[in-house]
Design a protein around this ligand. Structure first.
Ligand SMILES: [Zn+2]
Ligand SMILES: [Zn+2]
Length: 305
């Protein structure tokens, strides 16, 4: 494909919140927009997975640490993270035991991959994260999910309108940026866990309702504190154009992404193909490149010894 064609196709598909970004307008005016997308090549293979669960907290019986490591190695990953669930404050003690067990199991498996022991922690309200401030010291990384709205103890907006959910979610994200230890946000923006309650149409409506200016300021703050956003190809594929806009807007501010399967079983690791195309196709449709991804947790390496 010629660069020019690429550029016009991308410009054509861009709409929505990116339109209001001053940075974007300036970039168009100066001809710098997509410079990074145009000079970097398409992603050739998927090499990271920051989001998976073991049998210890919600995963299937076969989701055992050693097998997960071996399976991901077989798929050619370079970086993987075990993101054990913690959703409530009263789970903290038990969670610490699970983390220690995960770490000791991981430490005896020979692998060339970087293996991180971490969590998927629920944001309970904009000022409270289930994992708290102390436990992250025991972890290699922290993934926080700000849209576990299906859980009874997680604060929902008073009104159930798309606008109320959109506003509340941005507050949750802003709250997550304040914590300082959040590496990435799980299944962001599209609240699939509310599908049963609100219906898919309303979920898509929430996406279109995000206040553009506030969303951009959340992205900027995220870049400042090295907080990335997860792209799960299956999840993003439900609103491909919206997520492509997100990727392109984020790129302008230096906000990064992590990839994750959210696997709860061995068979869900390695980004299984979606009907008609592969997860890699979806990532390339989003224009994601390896340069858009986060490759190192806030704490840095080395991790497992
Ligand atoms: Zn989740
Ligand atoms: Zn998960």
């Amino acid at each position: 494909m010629q660069p020019e064609e690429h550029l016009s196709r991308e410009l054509y598909t861009r709409r929505g919140f990116v339109g209001l970004s001053t940075a974007f307008v300036v970039a168009i005016a100066t001809g710098n927009v997509y410079a990074s997308a145009l000079t970097s090549s398409e992603m050739q293979s998927i090499k990271q997975d920051w989001h998976m669960h073991t049998y210890r907290a919600g995963g299937r019986p076969d989701a055992m640490v050693a097998d997960m490591i071996r399976t991901n190695e077989k798929y050619g990953l370079e970086l993987m993270g075990i993101s054990e669930h913690i959703d409530r404050l009263d789970q903290r003690e038990d969670f610490i035991k699970k983390v220690k067990a995960n770490r000791s199991e991981a430490s005896v498996v020979p692998t060339k991959m970087k293996v991180m022991i971490g969590t998927e922690s629920s944001m309970i309200n904009p000022n409270l994260c289930a994992v708290g401030d102390e436990i992250p010291n025991l972890l290699d990384y922290v993934l926080v999910s700000c849209n576990h709205y299906h859980l009874k103890h997680v604060e929902n907006p008073n009104s159930k309108t798309p606008q109320a959910y959109a506003d509340h979610y941005l507050e949750m994200l802003m709250g997550a940026t304040e914590l300082g230890y959040v590496d990435t946000i799980g299944h962001p923006f599209l609240h699939s866990k509310l599908k049963g309650k609100l219906g898919q149409e309303k979920l898509i409506k929430i996406l279109k309702t995000y206040n553009e200016e506030r969303l951009v300021s959340v992205l900027k703050k995220s870049a400042e504190v090295n907080m990335a956003y997860e792209i799960n190809p299956r999840h993003a594929d439900q609103a491909l154009e919206w997520f492509r806009d997100l990727v392109q807007e984020a790129r302008l501010h230096g906000t990064k992404f992590t990839l994750g399967t959210d696997a709860h079983a061995i068979s869900s690791l390695g980004y299984p193909d979606q009907p008609g195309r592969t997860c890699l196709d979806i990532l390339n449709d989003l224009t994601l490149t390896d340069q858009d991804l986060k490759w190192k947790p806030i704490k840095g390496f080395p991790l497992v010894d």
